[in-house]
Design a protein around this ligand. Structure first.
Ligand code: HEC
Ligand code: HEC
Ligand code: HEC
Length: 411
């Protein structure tokens, strides 16, 4: 049934696919199916499909980088404007070595620094799947970067500094499950692209892998097993539930993570999600120094604002309402050193992701127009240090800056 359906699509839309369909056998089909799954794990569509265009993988989405915007190219089988004319070797090299066809180097906005860990088999399966998506003619000019980052050759230098090419090497001292999780999280699923701190040139700080990073006006938190800021307080099942549904006992996903959830992690198999969780829970972070105790007057003001404006939903003890309103008490999201996400959520509100397994999404109201900079600073400092939480205070100046940056950004 599935097979007939898929081949129907292949034959209607894609010349390359039609050729494939003529000679397709069971093994090709299982490779295509596997490639489809792997393309979801790698979240190719997040960048290569323009939302609302209806054209899967046809490119044209602007990808924000620290240096400016890049357009994700067309990777449908169209021979002129897509990658239909590419050989399998060229395709594998693009994914695992960051080389292009006709251009010397790809920019690392394409996650080849992670995809380099892919096995050849998995890369070929992804290619087999891409051969079956409808060919769309859509010329895309990738480079939109300002000088000096518009010079692709500079990327060769960048690669020398920050790119360690090469396949995944399993750790013989760990279980098969752990190794599967490492292969996915450090490779195809490129979790570190958002969660690993970057240096000024956008290279991963490998010594701080998965310790949290601010991007696109959000903060992707520490997802090591750090007890306060990371996943130390979450069980493997909590991590799996979050990646599957966007919710768990304590947390609810918003921002860029909700897109990753919708397009990618919520479609991953339960064993793969568990493998990722087992791997993350084994990433011990060094214990952070406890932050200095916050100003008492600020805490008193914050407690009062919390009681008036927040406690009806988040409850006076900060434990929230399971499945509906996230806990602030003990929440790693609340205790990240960088308060970007908190500022955003409180000033602008948030609606958490609704995924198929958990379709109802509750909303966090906007307080930007109700509370002054001083009041937002006080209530955030309070929730970061009440109930045994501990994190650096938030200043009124930081609130003002965040307000300004949200005015400048449209998303
Ligand atoms: C985070 C965004 C992002 C994700 C995820 C992503 N790509 Fe890309 N990709 C890009 C960008 C941006 C470029 C263009 C880079 C450049 O021009 O230097 C690119 C370039 C490419 C190219 C080279 C195409 C050309 O015409 O030069 C291929 C092939 C490709 N991606 C395949 C994939 C596949 C397959 C996946 C999923 C496994 C994927 N990409 C996931 C952003 C992404
Ligand atoms: C496109 C960027 C992006 C990618 C890719 C991404 N994340 Fe996230 N992630 C975020 C952001 C931003 C948040 C914060 C969301 C929030 O505060 O609601 C987050 C939150 C999380 C959380 C919740 C942590 C907490 O303390 O609340 C977990 C767990 C997580 N991500 C795991 C992963 C894993 C595993 C992967 C790879 C499979 C991944 N993420 C890939 C951006 C990303
Ligand atoms: C009407 C109910 C309601 C009120 C009132 C409310 N919240 Fe929320 N809050 C929510 C919901 C629902 C979410 C989850 C939405 C999401 O993550 O997209 C949330 C999310 C949050 C988060 C993000 C937590 C995380 O794990 O990412 C923070 C921080 C937060 N609220 C703080 C506050 C503060 C501070 C106040 C008072 C100034 C407040 N909230 C008032 C319902 C409420």
């Amino acid at each position: 049934m599935m097979r007939g359906l898929l081949l129907g699509v292949v034959m209607t839309f894609s010349a390359a696919g039609a050729a494939l369909a003529a000679g397709v056998d069971r093994q090709d089909f299982s490779q295509i199916e596997r490639g489809h799954y792997l393309a979801i794990v790698g979240d190719c569509a997040a960048c290569h499909t323009l939302p609302g265009s209806g054209h899967e993988m046809a490119g044209g989405r602007a990808i924000e980088t620290p240096f400016g915007e890049l357009m994700a190219p067309n990777i449908t089988p169209d021979p002129q404007t897509g990658i239909g004319a590419w050989t399998d070797e060229e395709f594998i090299d693009a994914l695992t070595k960051g080389t292009g066809r006709g251009v010397a180097r790809l920019y690392p906005a394409m996650p080849y620094t992670y995809y380099t860990k892919l096995t050849r088999d998995d890369a070929l399966a992804i290619r087999a799947y891409l051969n079956t998506v409808p060919a769309v003619s859509n010329p895309v000019q990738a480079d939109q970067l300002p000088f000096p980052f518009d010079m692709r050759w500079t990327m060769a230098v960048w690669d020398q500094l920050f790119f360690k090419p090469g396949p995944f090497h399993p750790n013989a001292n760990k279980s098969a499950e752990w190794n599967r999780g490492a292969y996915l999280a450090e490779g195809l699923a490129h979790c570190g692209m958002c969660h690993t701190p970057k240096n000024v040139l956008g290279g991963d700080k490998t010594g701080e892998r998965l310790k949290g990073y601010a991007l696109q006006g959000w903060f992707a938190p520490d997802i090591t097993n750090d007890p306060r800021r990371g996943l130390g307080g979450w069980s493997v099942d909590d991590v799996v539930a979050y990646l599957k549904t966007g919710h768990n006992r304590t947390g609810a996903a918003t921002g860029p993570m909700s897109e990753t959830l919708n397009l990618s992690t919520s479609h991953m198999s339960d064993p793969d999600l568990k493998a990722i969780a087992v791997y993350l829970k084994d990433q011990a972070g060094p214990q952070p120094d406890p932050p200095p105790a916050p100003d008492r007057a600020m805490m008193t003001t914050g407690a009062k604002i919390y009681a008036d404006e927040c406690s009806s939903c988040h409850t006076p003890d900060g434990k929230g309402i399971p499945g509906l309103v996230p806990a602030l008490n003990g929440s790693p999201a609340v205790q990240q050193v960088d308060p970007t996400t908190l500022l955003r959520v409180v000033l602008r509100g948030a609606r958490s992701v609704g995924t198929a397994p958990a379709p109802t999404a509750a909303a966090m109201p906007q307080f930007g127009w109700i509370l002054t900079d001083d009041q937002v600073a006080a209530v955030l400092t309070y929730i970061r240090n009440a109930w045994g939480n501990a994190a650096p205070p938030v200043s009124a100046g930081a609130v003002g800056k965040a307000r300004q940056s949200f005015v400048e950004r449209s998303d």
